[in-house]
Design a protein around this ligand. Structure first.
Ligand code: NAD
Length: 428
């Protein structure tokens, strides 16, 4: 008798972000044909640290949290990547995100590697004081492996400029001197860069602009829907109109509590005000409720998956009607979802290209911190546009040359650069 098939385990495996990241790399390697030792090195993180974080809570008791920092590959320069605070954080999610950071810094050709960190916690249930103590405790633990020349964290899901300021400050007390470039995404008052706040979304909109041109679509007559109304999603809502034309129409948005739809279009600023006042977009006056799943299947020109991983899969991909999917979130599409989107000619701007604007301006922040001289907002925008547009067209050229989908094309461009750096350094 054969063992019963564990469908749940298969499903878990299928949705494990790190397994997905590894599968994507192997798929790209069908074109890249890396030497076995090079591929094997790139399939795993070079280093990772697992930490235990005892934190004194407001009630006087000590609560223990788990955290991670993964340094995936620093052949092209110091590791770089955000820190997430999330109740569902896992080491494999952090590994996948660190791998994607490695490809992201390479695809936009900035001299950095890839890292990621995370703490398993529910930040919404923590007071400001608890959040500060947890952030500082994380730096007490990972401080030994981070720093300007080693690994530079930044904000990510549920971490903010304020959290970066606490972390940067804790690092200062640890070291005994200021090293502002060791954390990016800081508030302007303590060494942040102009333009960091909306950089991720802005980079995605620059890519969308280029995609619209290639597809022969107008810049300013598009409908769009945004899943995830946080940092990335909110700015995309505004910038799609501000940069590409006010007549672009935002018809649906969602967050973790649900979504809203209005055929006539939303004014992004009004949605922002409603979310500020109530904590969610749900209940926006005059809008119809819509689920997160329904939002992705709307007949719109552009969707922006801007929340979490694995939202476009083999199950719902056949129902996706958008012409462009601009992936501001990391890992929103599974490989089986990808195959379907490719076959039905949905133009995907893959995550580590679409959302690379954030790390690019983080890199600008480091450069400015190093020089102790700060650029104007116009200068930041111009340099970001140049980087993103070049990266988009590098990927599009590989997509045409290798006749593969845009995600694999992005892998080809990025992985080749990392592999080459490892070879030149004599690692492989
Ligand atoms: P954020 O914490 O500011 O916002 C996340 C948003 O997603 C919130 O509106 C939240 O309500 C919503 N959300 C959470 N769970 C959801 C669910 N199950 N369904 C629908 N919505 C849900 O985070 P962010 O910084 O905007 O990051 C969003 C995505 O973009 C992540 O995948 C992140 O890794 C990626 N990203 C962000 C940046 C950046 O600079 N902020 C850079 C690169 C990539």
């Amino acid at each position: 008798m054969t063992d019963p098939v564990d469908l749940k385990a298969i499903e878990e495996h299928r949705k494990n972000p790190f397994k997905i990241a590894q599968a994507q790399l192997q798929e790209a390697n069908k074109y890249l044909k890396l030497a076995p030792g090079t591929l094997a090195t790139l399939m795993e993180p070079l280093r990772e640290l697992h930490v235990t974080l005892p934190v004194r809570m407001d009630d006087g008791k000590v609560k223990v949290f788990k955290g991670f920092r993964v340094q995936y590959n620093d052949a092209r320069g110091p590791n770089k990547g955000g820190i997430r605070f999330h109740p569902d954080e896992t080491i494999d999610t952090v590994r996948a995100l660190a791998a994607w950071m490695t490809w992201k810094t390479a695809v936009v050709d900035i001299p950095l590697g890839g890292g990621k960190g995370g703490i398993i916690c529910d930040p919404k249930s923590l007071s400001t004081g608890e959040l500060e103590r947890l952030s500082r405790q994380y730096v007490r633990q990972v401080g030994r492996i981070i720093g300007l020349d080693k690994d530079v964290p930044a904000p990510d899901v549920y971490t903010t400029p304020q959290i970066m300021a606490w972390m940067m400050d804790e690092y200062y007390w640890q070291k005994g001197f200021n090293e502002p470039g060791a954390f990016t995404g800081k508030p302007l008052e303590v060494g942040g860069s102009q333009g960091r706040g909306d950089a991720t979304a802005r980079g995605g909109i620059y890519c969308t602009r280029e995609a619209l041109k290639l597809l022969g679509m107008p810049q300013d007559k598009n409908t769009y829907a945004i899943q995830g109304f946080g940092n990335a999603g909110q700015h995309a809502a505004v910038l799609m109109k501000e940069l590409l034309g006010e007549s672009n129409k935002l018809v649906a948005v969602s967050d973790s509590k649900g979504g809203v739809y209005n055929e006539a279009g939303f004014e992004p600023q009004h949605l922002l005000e409603h979310k500020m006042a109530t904590g969610s977009v749900v209940g926006f006056p005059g809008a119809k409720p819509i689920s997160n799943a329904e939002l992705l299947e709307l007949k719109v020109d552009v969707i922006f998956p801007s929340a979490l991983e694995n939202v476009i899969t083999g199950d719902n991909a056949p129902r996706i009607k958008a012409k462009i999917s601009c992936e501001l979130a990391n890992g929103p599409t599974t490989p089986d979802g990808d195959s379907i989107l490719c076959a039905q000619k949905t133009f995907v701007i893959p995550d580590f290209l679409a959302n690379a604007g954030g790390v690019t301006v983080s890199y600008f922040e480091q450069v400015q911190n190093g020089a102790n001289y700060f650029w104007s907002i116009e200068e930041v925008h111009e340099r970001l546009d140049t980087k993103m547009t070049k990266a988009f067209h590098d990927v599009y050229a590989a997509h045409k040359q290798y006749e593969c989908n845009m995600r694999i094309a992005a892998y080809i461009v990025a992985v080749r650069r990392v592999a080459r750096a490892m070879e030149i350094r004599g690692w492989v």
